[in-house]
Design a protein around this ligand. Structure first.
Ligand code: ADP
Ligand code: MG
Length: 338
């Protein structure tokens, strides 16, 4: 075979393999875009577990008409200009791949209206070259992305879709994780036109209310709250007492949800030092670290990060969590004695 450049759609479909595993991954990418666009209200509508429809509406800054085509193109992003930017990235996205990838494996339409633009426009990509069509539409300030028939043209991927119920439960879990990452954003999730979750915007001081709504009321009643460290390396957490049956566990680095091995290891170690090898109860842990001290470009879906000073970060977390484990556990013990 001779060497040829792949048609745009095919190249995007291949790239989609890395980030678009299932409907929940589409929701993740789109909601992260809404958050990056400064949205304070996000509506997520799902039909048939996301096989049929995923629609995300936001009230963010929108995309000007002239950039709609670019937004759907691969390696097009407004969030990064140079390698230096990547060293201290604060947005959730930066790879410029999500919309192009999703659009190559579904029927995607993008409608948007920046506040300063009088009319709204809609864009979608067609054919093997993914030529973008743009037409006028009606839309309030903000952006709506509609993804229909996910994987209709990639049978191998479609085969891996689970039942409607399973796919929706992945979406629901993802929305919970996102809801815990931004207390200040109102989020509504519907499935087959029924409201399933409704999180209203909360002030920072009321954060525990959001935590309780997402992770369980017991967080409001029994969790120890910790705030440790200072600018550049800070930890904020709600930790349930050992023995609590609630095992909701959430960790974030700079507002990005993670299941980071180093953080989980540090939490486990803090518990073990105090209470030995018992089951670890629920926790919600936020690490805020100088973005230059962490590399987020490790995994296409950004599930992992790499800390430049791994040891230091690990020990800092152990110290911080230990402070919370001790009082919470003592309280529980004395309560069970009475
Ligand atoms: P990335 O998020 O990595 O930049 P995406 O493919 O997800 O790449 O999005 C491409 C670009 O489209 C973004 O950089 C942003 O400028 C624009 N965009 C996408 N979604 C939205 C949205 N909901 N509101 C405003 N702009 C958006
Ligand atoms: Mg993105």
């Amino acid at each position: 075979m001779s060497i040829e450049i792949l048609p745009a759609r095919l190249a995007n479909q291949i790239a989609a393999g890395e980030v678009v595993e299932r409907p929940a991954s589409v929701v993740k990418e789109l909601v992260e875009n809404s958050l990056d666009a400064g949205a304070t209200k996000i509506q997520i509508d799902i039909e048939r577990g996301g096989h049929k429809l995923i629609r995300i509406r936001d009230n963010g800054k929108g995309i000007v008409k002239d950039e709609l085509t670019l937004a759907l193109s691969r390696h097009a992003t407004s969030k990064l200009k140079s390698l230096d930017d990547l060293e201290c990235i604060s947005s959730l996205g930066f790879r410029g791949e999500a919309l192009a990838s999703i659009s190559s494996v579904s029927r995607l339409t993008l409608s948007s209206k920046p506040a300063e633009q009088e009319t709204a426009w809609q864009a979608f990509a067609e054919g093997r070259d993914m030529a973008v069509q743009v037409q006028p539409t009606a839309h309030p300030d903000g952006t709506t992305i509609e993804v229909k028939d996910l994987f209709f043209n990639t049978p191998a991927r479609r085969k891996f879709l689970r039942t409607e119920k399973t796919e929706f439960s992945h979406i629901d879990e993802l929305v919970k994780r996102i809801a815990l990452s931004r207390f200040d954003v109102a989020i509504t999730l519907t499935h087959n036109q029924k409201v399933v979750r409704q999180y209203r915007a909360r002030a920072k001081a009321d954060g525990v209310k959001r935590v309780a709504q997402v992770a369980g009321k017991v967080f409001e009643q029994q969790a120890s709250y910790i705030e440790s460290g200072s600018e550049g390396l800070m930890l904020v957490a709600w930790i349930l007492p050992v023995g609590s049956p609630n095992s909701a566990q959430y960790t974030y680095v700079n507002g990005r949800m993670m299941r980071d091995k180093l953080i989980l290891h540090a939490i486990r170690q803090a518990f073990e030092e105090v209470v030995g090898e018992q089951e670890i109860p629920g926790f919600v842990v936020y690490l805020e670290i100088d973005p230059r001290q962490v590399d987020v470009n490790v995994h296409p879906a950004k599930h992992e990060v790499r800390f430049h000073q791994a040891r230091l970060v690990h020990d800092f977390i152990v110290q911080a969590i230990r402070q919370a484990v001790i009082p919470a556990t003592q309280e529980l013990n004395s309560a069970s004695l009475n």
